[in-house]
Design a protein. Structure first.
Length: 349
């Protein structure tokens, strides 16, 4: 007599299906991480830059970490990265600038990379401006050396504006480059959720969004990478470029990310543009959803000495990663064009 095999019940079927889904998701995740690890762009971007370390103390005693690249006798270029980035973000640009004989000083913003958290938990834009002054002083800009060319991406460019508002600009710098940035009203014109722009422009709404401490997964996932690509990159960014920035985002402490976000939600540096009294290039990406080109055009129109407005085609918020050749060329051209310009201190900035 044949033995009857009992049919699995609904719960057993559901459990088996769930296990299949989990196993499939795990396989997808393994392939995703393996693909990143073997991506040539990712490996190239992760390669050590071999800079010379420089420790700097800011006005409020916050310890900053910087690195110097290129020949010691070259014209100085100071690089300030953006929110949730690190020195390595500038890697492709640094490689090109030092190959052209420039001395490059790049630093981690407070709370980012190897710089210490703000000594008093203060991440106001004024503090970022003081940090830039401390870096310029440590680099010898305007004292033992000629004034530097200052270059900032996103929050780094905002730091330049905050610095200019309170310091003697021409005593330290001879030119500036502002890359993918805005100086206020960051959410009112963004291209992520344009239909919600009016709502998000309310101070409490922008503070809640930019100042969120929502956790970021500790490792890359396909969903997170797709979100990062959509928010921050243009249509031609490579998987390696996206993953490289994603790693920096993951490494940024949530409390630092949130504190800086709150500062950005309250930011209004439009009046500071008048204090940037040196030749200044503004660079935008035409596909930048975070700081659309309208911000760059407004900055360029308000600058006392606009040198150029460059809008990079098919480029998102991460121009130094997506278009390092064009960014480096713009910096080098500005250094060359201002190298013989007379430099004088101006207490009125």
């Amino acid at each position: 007599m044949a033995r009857r095999v009992p049919r699995p019940g609904p719960r057993a079927i559901a459990a088996t299906a769930a296990l299949g889904v989990v196993a499939g998701a795990a396989a997808v995740q393994r392939r995703h991480l393996s693909g990143i690890a073997h991506d040539e762009d990712y490996r190239r971007l992760r390669a050590p830059l071999d800079g010379r370390p420089l420790r700097i103390t800011s006005a409020d005693e916050t310890e900053l970490y910087a690195e110097t690249f290129g020949p010691d006798d070259g014209d100085t270029v100071v690089l300030a990265h953006g929110w949730t980035e690190q020195i390595a973000f500038w890697g492709p640009v640094i490689t090109r600038l030092r190959a052209r004989g420039l001395r490059v000083v790049a630093y981690d913003l407070r709370g980012h990379g190897r710089s210490e958290p703000a000594a008093d938990g203060d991440y106001a834009l004024e503090r970022f401006g003081e940090d830039l002054e401390a870096v310029l002083s440590a680099a010898g800009a305007g004292s033992s050396r000629d004034p530097a060319t200052v270059v900032g991406h996103s929050l780094g460019a905002m730091s330049i504006a905050a610095w200019a508002e309170r310091h003697d600009v021409r005593a330290r710098a001879r030119a500036a480059v502002l890359v993918n940035t805005g100086l206020g009203d960051l959410l009112s014109g963004h291209l992520l959720l344009p239909q919600m722009a009016r709502f998000l422009n309310h101070p409490w709404a922008s503070r809640a969004l930019l100042g969120s401490k929502a956790p970021v997964p500790p490792f890359s996932t396909p969903v997170e990478q797709a979100a990062v690509r959509y928010v921050a990159f243009g249509p031609h960014a490579t998987r390696g470029e996206v993953a490289f920035y994603e790693r920096m985002l993951v490494d940024t402490p949530p409390d630092v990310r949130a504190a800086v976000g709150v500062a950005l939600s309250n930011m209004d540096l439009w009046d500071a543009v008048a204090s940037i009294t040196i030749p200044t290039v503004v660079i935008a990406g035409d596909s930048d959803r975070l700081t659309p080109p309208a911000h760059a055009r407004r900055i360029a129109e308000a600058l006392p000495q606009p040198a150029d407005l460059i809008e990079l085609a098919d480029t998102g918020h991460m121009s130094p990663l997506e278009r390092p050749q064009e960014v480096a060329e713009a910096v080098e051209r500005l250094v060359r064009d201002t190298a013989t310009a007379p430099v004088a201190s101006s207490s009125g900035r």
